[in-house]
Write a protein that binds this ligand. Structure first.
Ligand SMILES: CC(C)(COP(=O)(O)OP(=O)(O)OC[C@H]1O[C@@H](n2cnc3c(N)ncnc32)[C@H](O)[C@@H]1OP(=O)(O)O)[C@@H](O)C(=O)NCCC(=O)NCCS
Length: 154
């Protein structure tokens, strides 16, 4: 697969509809999509990827809303967004993801947490989502992961 060379930049108000469309198409959490917190990735003048750092009431910050247009996946766009967000962030940064993405995020240095290590807001989300997932998607689990700016895996 060819690598794209996306322009990763802070979002503007004009990007709000594209952010909402990409997140909806990715079927991930459609709430809390406020453009001032977002980075977008642009290829040939089109917004094809999004990600944000989302603050929680307990003070924790979550890498969230990472979405790349389906036809543009596998070209390094998600990696460019995560890399740029982490370069501008101070640790710790948390995220929630389905277990099949653990390896993807481990490449950037995220590691899965035990319940006791989770900040309170994410522990609540983790408990509620895993109850739901037990009912609707057998075998899938939600993970909470943390980045401490240690060296990334392989
Ligand atoms: C997850 C997502 C953002 C990744 O974006 P992307 O632009 O396709 O990712 P990249 O091109 O940067 O990275 C692809 C690389 O990750 C690897 N990878 C993909 N899934 C992986 C996994 N589950 N475990 C380990 N590596 C994985 C690929 O093999 C590829 O490796 P390579 O660079 O050596 O070829 C994208 O697939 C997406 O939008 N998915 C739908 C929404 C979603 O699930 N978002 C995450 C919410 S937590």
């Amino acid at each position: 697969m060819n690598r794209a060379e996306p322009l990763v930049r802070p979002a503007t108000a004009d990007d709000q509809p594209a952010i909402v469309d990409l997140v909806r198409a990715a079927k991930i959490n459609p709430t809390g999509l406020h453009w001032p917190r977002f980075l977008v990735a642009e290829v040939d003048g089109r917004v094809v990827g999004t990600a944000q750092i989302k603050p929680h009431r307990d003070g924790s910050r979550e890498l969230a809303s990472l979405a790349v247009a389906p036809e543009m996946q596998g070209q390094g766009i998600g990696g460019a967004l995560v890399g740029t967000l982490l370069r501008g962030a101070s640790p710790p940064i948390y995220l929630t993801c389905v277990d099949r993405l653990e390896g993807y995020y481990a490449r950037f240095g995220f590691r899965a947490l035990d319940r006791a290590e989770m900040p309170p807001d994410l522990r609540r989300i983790h408990r509620a989502m895993n109850l739901l997932m037990r009912l609707v998607s057998r075998g899938r689990r939600l993970l909470v992961m943390r980045w401490d700016a240690e060296s990334a895996a392989g």
